[in-house]
Design a protein around this ligand. Structure first.
Ligand code: GLU
Length: 444
């Protein structure tokens, strides 16, 4: 039996028509995996491990009907993609955003399998969500939507089956409404969701974990190159949870963080944000433009992304495909040395090619943003043993996990020149454990 990159991608494309994001994520992974497997693992070829990994174990799609504040019926679509449970229960967030579709959720679930494996914790991969747009909805509307969504989802999940969490559009508030409805319907208080509030089963440091973990990963990259984060200029996109805590940790570590953004525009502060400025931004909601009115060192750039500004380190923390080839070229031209992804797949395939050609250090999301799901894994452990660990303990474990992920990337991604191809390292490092588990568990 043989395995060939072109044929493989062609077949995945034919089996999954109209799913460009899923195809992009699969291509990004198998480009590295196929040469590795051909050279090292005939057993994985014979067992059709890759062919099985690109086929979700289960996909659930369901109607979510709910009443808005005007008593009008609204209809959305809900999903859960249960991608791979070889090393643990399905685990991954829920995304509520108007552009959510099966292609996007399958790409996210596929990435999640590798990311979760890299954390070293026993968690499989899944993802779910809805095309529900939380923007402009009242708190009661959000609650009614979450209750209706969970009324169907509850039969497909469980603390040892599938454990959802947050993603874009789903934070502690939504997890609360979802958890309340699950508990009511199942009469069961368990770790079925992560990202819970700290008074009701949540882990300390979970909200901060993705952003903090991203900075810990960046510190590992700098350490490896005998450099230090102090004084480095960091450009961040996004203004949500990941971006916010990435900025906070960057500032705490002595870096100069100069941008944040949302889908409407970018704020740039030539003096860098302080913790106080950051706290002010957190009060602005979507109206981040106001920041530039208060601080003379800052400017607002409507309809522009942050990648035109000169930085040492770029941290895309908004959404998929937010850095294209021309953005990547701008970053390289301006001297950017590290791109580490807080979002999932924010760089297009062409952008990644630009990073690799320029030999800048590129930490893909599945490695660099794994801190969020890692602390979710720690939340599951705490729930299972009925304990709550201190913030210091969780933060310490998060740091260790990010250091281990970095080590894995170096181990599998080091090129003869010494350059670390973190993407290849993460793909191969994440893959092996899942593939071995699939092999051990037979043809399922
Ligand atoms: N949505 C996050 C991610 O992309 C976290 C998932 C989780 O905590 O389960 O990894």
């Amino acid at each position: 039996m043989s395995l060939n990159f072109k044929n493989f991608i062609k077949q995945v494309g034919q089996r999954n028509p109209n799913e460009p994001e899923f195809l992009q994520a699969v291509t990004e992974v198998v480009e590295d995996l196929i040469p590795y497997i051909i050279e090292n693992r005939q057993d994985f070829i014979d067992l059709k491990i890759l062919e099985r990994m690109v086929e979700p174990e289960r996909v659930v799609s369901f109607r979510v009907a709910w009443l808005d504040d005007k008593n009008q019926i609204q209809v959305n679509r809900g999903y859960r993609v249960q991608m791979n449970s070889a090393i643990g229960p399905y685990k991954g967030g829920l995304r509520f955003a108007p552009d959510v579709n099966l292609s996007i959720l399958k790409f996210l679930a596929f990435e999640q399998v590798f990311k979760n494996s890299l954390t070293g914790l026993p968690i499989g991969g899944g993802k779910g969500g809805s095309d529900f747009d939380p923007k402009g909805k009242s708190d009661n509307e959000i609650m009614r939507f979450c209750q209706s969504f969970m009324t169907e989802l509850q039969r497909h999940i469980g603390s040892e089956t599938d454990v959802p969490a947050g993603d874009i559009g789903v934070g502690t508030r939504e997890v609360g409404y979802l958890f309340g409805q699950y508990k009511r319907l199942q009469n069961n208080f368990s770790g079925v969701l992560t990202g819970k509030g700290t008074q009701w089963g949540g882990s300390y440091i979970r909200p901060e974990a993705t952003g903090y973990g991203l900075l810990y990963f960046v510190q590992c990259v700098l350490d490896y190159n005998n450099e230090n984060i102090e004084g480095k200029v960091i450009s961040i996109s996004g203004a949500g949870n990941v971006a916010y805590y990435a900025a906070e940790k960057g500032i705490q570590l002595g870096a100069k963080v100069i941008t944040l953004s949302n889908s409407q525009g970018t704020i740039y502060d030539k003096d860098g944000f302080t913790l106080e400025k950051l706290a002010y931004i957190a009060t602005l909601g979507r109206d981040i433009a106001k920041f530039a009115k208060k601080y003379p060192s800052a400017s607002y750039h409507a309809k522009e992304n942050p990648w035109q500004f000169k930085c040492d380190i770029a941290l895309p923390c908004a959404t998929q495909n937010e850095i294209n080839e021309s953005d990547a070229k701008k970053l390289v031209k301006n001297g950017c040395k590290i791109v580490a992804e807080g979002a999932n797949m924010p760089s297009t395939a062409e952008a990644i090619r630009v990073y690799h050609q320029a030999k800048i250090h590129f930490g893909p999301g599945k490695a660099a943003n794994a801190g969020g799901v890692a602390v979710s894994g720690l939340e599951m452990s705490q729930n299972a043993i009925g304990q709550q660990w201190s913030p210091e303990k969780v933060d310490h474990r998060l740091k260790l996990i990010m250091e281990n992920i970095h080590k894995t990337c170096v181990r599998f991604g080091k090129e003869p020149t010494g350059y670390i191809n973190y993407l290849r390292g993460a793909n191969i490092g994440g893959f092996i454990k899942v593939a071995e588990a699939m092999k051990a568990q037979g043809v399922v």
